[in-house]
Design a protein around this ligand. Structure first.
Ligand SMILES: *Cc1c(COP(=O)(O)O)cnc(C)c1O
Length: 386
């Protein structure tokens, strides 16, 4: 049986996969099993930050895998402590919890917000406000946080204690806060799965001010937007705010499973022994990969991300068959005149892998995609939009 048929036979049918079997890659280029070459504008949904099998990343992973691939959290390991220190030094946050995925990072942030609010405001104060059109994960609690009804329908009852407002609707937030029951606000500065939609700067700043004034936590979900993707280390840095809790995952370890929750001054001591944990969280190989990724996200790289993002914007802003372009840095959404499925298929046929988000084409190339490859990809994508 070939892989496509075997997968269909034995893997649960939750993924609507493209009929391509990817075998290997190098940087921003991947190959299928027939030897066909594709430019990868997906990075595995923003995960392989420095492309496939990048030599520096590979060295860090291989060295750590050959030394210690796992140890329980009952003992100390250096990569875990080093990555946490690095994240705190680069953000001004105070402490870190490592998980294995974005959803788990958000679960941890939600638990922390509940405990913080219960201690500060009393037991009835547990509601977390999130935005409509947001995405925060697939567990029952992060689904409840996700402000898109169609994800909820088949899985009720979800975890209670969430409510949703429209992005930009600061008045609804003011009203909700009057109830005295709001523990936190959680948002993505750029709604990724929602279609690569950046929030307005003034709205985000108003939310920060309002939450600050009322002793309510602000959690920023940087699972997709984090780790250099938007041209800053974390997307909130484009907004001139400082969250109380930051969650991240996807690109942090460049292709190995990891999640991280960063806690600021108010929340750094919220958890005590036994309040939370994870078997694999802080895995030394994932953390070694994370150190390799984060140590390379310097000003020079971020400037490169910004200028490549600007290049993509310019290429598509007035292109034939394109209605508009959204996003920041190397996180770009393109509203095409043609149905996005058609555009994706045409790109694939012509050797470029892209993503979609809602009705938009979504581009999340590696942060270090060489300029000539990027140019070649945008030419092929533009042609597919016509
Ligand atoms: C992908 C994503 C998640 C979920 O991450 P997983 O690692 O798939 O659990 C959560 N929030 C945002 C913003 C995401 O893009």
């Amino acid at each position: 049986m070939n892989t496509l048929n075997k997968d269909k036979e034995y893997i649960i049918g939750t993924y609507n996969r493209f009929p391509i079997e990817i075998e290997k890659g190098n940087g921003s280029v991947v190959f299928d099993t027939s030897g066909k070459e594709y430019i990868d504008m997906t990075s595995g949904i923003g995960v392989t930050s420095f492309g496939i099998a990048d030599s520096e990343w590979k060295k860090a992973v291989e060295e750590q895998a050959g030394k210690l691939q796992h140890m329980s959290n009952l003992f100390y390991t250096k990569p875990c402590a080093d990555l946490a220190e690095m994240l705190c030094n680069k953000t001004g946050m105070k402490k870190v919890f490592f998980s294995n995925s974005g959803a788990e990072a958000n679960e941890c942030a939600i638990k922390a917000a509940r405990k913080y609010a219960a201690e500060k405001h009393g037991n009835g104060c547990f509601t977390i406000v999130t935005l409509r059109n947001s995405f925060h994960g697939r567990t029952l609690t992060t689904l409840a946080a996700t402000g898109q009804e169609h994800y909820h329908e088949l899985f009720k009852p979800l975890t209670e204690g969430f409510c949703h407002i429209d992005a930009g609707d600061i008045n609804s937030l003011k009203e909700l806060i009057k109830s005295g029951k709001i523990a936190a606000v959680m948002l993505e500065c750029i709604q990724g799965e929602g279609g690569v939609i950046p929030l307005d700067k003034s709205f985000v700043q108003d939310v920060r001010q309002l939450t600050e004034d009322n002793g309510i936590l602000l959690i920023v979900d940087e699972v997709q937007t984090g780790n250099g993707r938007t041209g800053e280390l974390y997307s909130y840095m484009n907004y001139g705010i400082k969250p109380d809790i930051v969650t991240t995952a996807k690109g942090l370890a460049g292709g190995l499973p990891i999640g991280a929750v960063l806690f600021g001054e108010k929340t750094e001591n919220v958890f005590a022994y036994g309040d939370h944990g994870s078997t694999f969280g802080g895995n030394p190989v994932s953390c070694a990969a994370g150190i390799s990724v984060i140590s390379r996200i310097n000003k020079e790289l971020l400037d490169e991300v910004k200028s490549k993002g600007q290049f993509i914007f310019k290429e598509f802003e007035n292109a034939e068959g394109v209605e508009d372009v959204s996003g920041m840095g190397l996180m770009v959404g393109i509203k095409t005149v043609k149905p996005v499925k058609e555009v994706l298929a045409k790109c694939m046929e012509n050797g470029v892998l892209c993503l979609s988000a809602k009705d938009r084409l979504r581009l999340l190339p590696a942060l270090n995609i060489p300029f000539d490859i990027l140019k070649k990809a945008t030419d092929i994508i533009k042609d597919a939009c016509k």
